[in-house]
Design a protein around this ligand. Structure first.
Ligand SMILES: O=C(O)/C=C\C(=O)CC(=O)CC(=O)O
Length: 217
């Protein structure tokens, strides 16, 4: 019980899409937390420092200290928040919809983002823009088809779910890597609708404690 009284601590980087997913979950569920910024570019990458390796041996953000444990991997964090702080719900009650939410989340979290993350692009070198565009485009072509069957107002039906927490940061990355979004009207429509919600705005990369002044909104 004592642990629950201690404010959670999020290790985060303002434009890490994986950190943003967790920030949206925390905002939606009304959980107040402290942030420890981990700059992925500064000092050769602060995530690689020995002191952060203790927090997350994978040397990636996000990580969340909560209830006396330290968690990494955004979906594991979001599922823990869901189980311990169930309101508002981020996984639908209906089993088929819940499976669809997990399918779309995994599609982005395993099938797109890891192929265009910083560590991969740093090894790809000068072709990195083309590389990122290729994997985001591939993933979005499939995702557009999937969403045509699952979406209502949001990714799955009309309730905001974990899938939406994955979608918006991935669209942000697509824009960052100059992917043409015109072929994906469903993705674009859902993204725009979600960005009107306060939880998606307060957690946005342009509004974080570690956002550089020139990128602040
Ligand atoms: O360029 C930088 O500022 C460093 C890293 C990131 O933003 C994070 C990523 O590229 C991975 C991702 O979140 O998809």
């Amino acid at each position: 019980m004592i642990a629950a009284l201690v404010k959670p601590v999020l290790y985060s980087y303002f434009r890490s899409s994986c950190s943003w997913r967790v920030r949206i979950a925390l905002a939606l569920k009304g959980i107040t937390y402290d942030q420890v910024p981990v700059n992925l570019l500064k000092d050769g990458g602060q995530q690689l420092a020995a002191e952060f390796q203790v927090v997350n041996p994978m040397q990636q953000v996000p990580a969340l200290k909560i209830d006396g444990i330290t968690l990494s991997q955004s979906l594991a964090i979001i599922e823990y928040l869901e189980e311990t702080r169930p309101n508002p719900r981020l996984l639908p009650q209906d089993q088929k919809k819940r499976a669809q939410v997990r399918m779309i989340s995994d599609h982005i979290v395993s099938g797109i983002q890891p192929l265009q993350n910083l560590a991969v692009l740093q090894r790809v070198g000068e072709k990195k823009l083309e590389w990122a565009q290729h994997y985001i485009t591939n993933g979005f072509q499939a995702l557009e088809q999937i969403l045509k069957n699952t979406a209502g107002r949001y990714c799955v039906g009309d309730e905001v779910s974990m899938a939406d927490l994955c979608l918006v940061p991935q669209v942000y990355n697509a824009e960052r890597y100059k992917v043409d979004l015109a072929p994906y009207p469903t993705i674009t429509r859902i993204n725009k609708t979600l960005l009107e919600l306060e939880a998606f705005q307060v957690s946005h990369p342009t509004k974080q404690p570690d956002t550089p002044a020139e990128l602040r909104a």
